[in-house]
Design a protein around this ligand. Structure first.
Ligand code: ITT
Length: 192
């Protein structure tokens, strides 16, 4: 069985391969073709469905997609669904620098990653959302992961997400938790 992955972010695709492959034996994950859809939803949930629906409509195959981002309490939930393009360049280093600069003067450094994982087939649509709590570091550290990982210190850890191994990150991350729950659900559904 082939399942299309409706994301263009290579880091996410790599994480999804690592998370889903052991749980879905016999399932081949293939990248979506065609143009990315407009993410004009107002929630992670809506945008994940928009991406999975577009991949399904284009391919005719069961499709998964991820919409995710970082919510910072002191910034009233920003960057949130705008995480990928928070700074004008949209580069990871610029996005993280902008978050850190907006945190100047704030004592509350609580933040959470959010991931909505969507699965769309001819028979139905499913979305599961999971979170990963932590705090913001004062400066970036670590070379693993992507996006805001270098400034995110997961709850219960003393290093940033970018200092965790890929395995350790997937074990506890928003994406790991959301897609493991989705894979459990997918395994119970008829394959169409
Ligand atoms: P697709 O829409 O093609 O999936 P994207 O990167 O634009 O790719 P999103 O709109 O879901 O995806 O934005 C996700 C952004 O949130 C991502 O670019 C990072 O900046 C941030 N992010 C999400 N998960 C993350 C993680 O595990 N570690 C660090 N940053 C993350």
């Amino acid at each position: 069985m082939r399942v299309v992955v409706g994301t263009r972010n290579a880091h996410k695709i790599e994480e999804l391969q690592q998370i889903l492959s052991p749980l879905l034996p016999g399932v081949e994950l293939v990248p979506a073709a065609g143009d990315a859809p407009d993410e004009d939803g107002t929630t992670f949930y809506d945008n994940a469905l928009i991406k999975a629906r577009a991949a399904h409509a284009e391919s005719g195959l069961p499709s998964v997609a991820d919409d995710s981002g970082l919510e910072v309490s002191a910034l009233e939930g920003a960057p949130g669904i705008h995480s990928a393009r928070y700074s004008p360049s949209g580069l990871d280093a610029d996005n993280t620098a902008l978050v850190l600069s907006r945190m100047a003067g704030h004592d509350d450094r609580a933040a959470e990653f959010v991931c909505a994982a969507a699965y769309v087939t001819d028979r139905g649509e499913y979305v599961i959302e999971r979170r990963w709590a932590g705090t913001l570091a004062l400066e970036p550290s670590g070379g693993g992961g992507f996006g805001y990982d270098p400034i995110f210190i997961p709850e219960g850890r003393s290093v940033t997400a970018a200092q965790l191994s890929a395995h350790d990150k997937n074990d506890v991350s928003h994406r790991g938790k959301a897609f493991r729950a989705l894979a459990e659900l997918m395994a119970t559904l008829p394959r169409s």
